[in-house]
Design a protein around this ligand. Structure first.
Ligand code: HEC
Length: 129
């Protein structure tokens, strides 16, 4: 009987410990920030290129592709189930898709393309950040 009780107690402690650890891990989920930091880096590289007037077509395409694929992680990673949030994330993906298709090759077309992208970042940040 004592052995059975000890085993049960061990199980209960184990389960409690696991849920606690999982809670701590969830609270420290680094993914939302990681996704945003990655997008911030690529947007930063694009605006540096614009400022330096060095708009290399291959580099532009690389940063746009990274932005586009990273943006698809926003909704699954943030887990914010509000229509306005998912709409804005979708809007960002649409703008990035269109920009990639337009394939800007110089600073003037890049500047025009990047504007609606930056505005979408801003509009979601104003509401959710
Ligand atoms: C659908 C909503 C949404 C869109 C679109 C969005 N963001 Fe964010 N972003 C957030 C939220 C929410 C936070 C706050 C995250 C946190 O503090 O955990 C954030 C935070 C950030 C941060 C700060 C990260 C940190 O370490 O605190 C950066 C940088 C960033 N976003 C860049 C961007 C860029 C660049 C774009 C556009 C290409 C973008 N975001 C588009 C919702 C969005």
């Amino acid at each position: 009987m004592r052995v059975v009780l000890m085993i049960l107690l061990g199980l209960v402690i184990g389960v409690l410990g696991t849920t606690q650890v999982m809670g701590v891990l969830a609270a420290r989920n680094p993914m939302p920030k990681a996704v945003m930091t990655t997008m911030g880096y690529h947007m930063g590289e694009l605006s540096h290129a614009l400022k330096a007037r060095q708009c290399d077509a291959a580099k532009i395409q690389h940063h746009l592709e990274r932005l586009q694929s990273t943006a698809t992680d926003i909704v699954p990673v943030f887990g914010i189930d509000e229509k306005s949030f998912t709409d804005k994330a979708g809007e960002l993906q649409t703008h990035l898709q269109q920009t990639l298709q337009a394939a800007p090759t110089d600073c003037a077309t890049l500047a025009a393309a990047i504007k609606p992208i930056g505005e979408t970042c801003k509009s979601c940040h104003q509401q959710y950040r």
